[in-house]
Design a protein around this ligand. Structure first.
Ligand SMILES: O=C(O)C(=O)C[C@]1(C(=O)O)C=C[C@@H](O)C=C1
Length: 97
């Protein structure tokens, strides 16, 4: 059975109140991460539809001008780390180039 010391240790909190806040908020973070992962998987599937249509029409998998637009949206919304996030998303969606 987890005693109070275990709970405090797991959360890094130094009081029971703080440990309760952290435990509840971590549940919300986990739920958000589940949704984010689901959205990323959905984005990968939609991106695959686009790439397949373009390749089957004789075009290339990658469209750099569109990637610049995507990078710009994330940078405008989230700053420099947004650019890194968008680059990771693009790599997930179209593979490494
Ligand atoms: O929008 C496109 O044309 C896509 O192919 C989708 C996408 C993306 O995942 O955002 C993927 C590869 C391209 O290089 C550009 C963008």
């Amino acid at each position: 059975m987890a005693d109070a010391a275990d709970v405090l240790d797991k959360t890094g909190a130094r009081t029971d109140d703080a440990a309760g806040v952290i435990t509840d908020a971590r549940d919300r973070v986990d739920a958000l991460d589940d949704r984010i992962i689901g959205l990323v998987q959905e984005r990968m599937a939609v991106s695959a539809v686009i790439q397949k249509a373009r390749i089957e029409s004789g075009g290339r998998r990658v469209n750099l001008s569109r990637e610049m637009e995507v990078l710009g949206r994330y940078r405008d919304a989230l700053g420099k780390p947004g650019t890194s996030l968008a680059m990771t998303l693009l790599e997930l969606c179209r593979g490494r180039i």
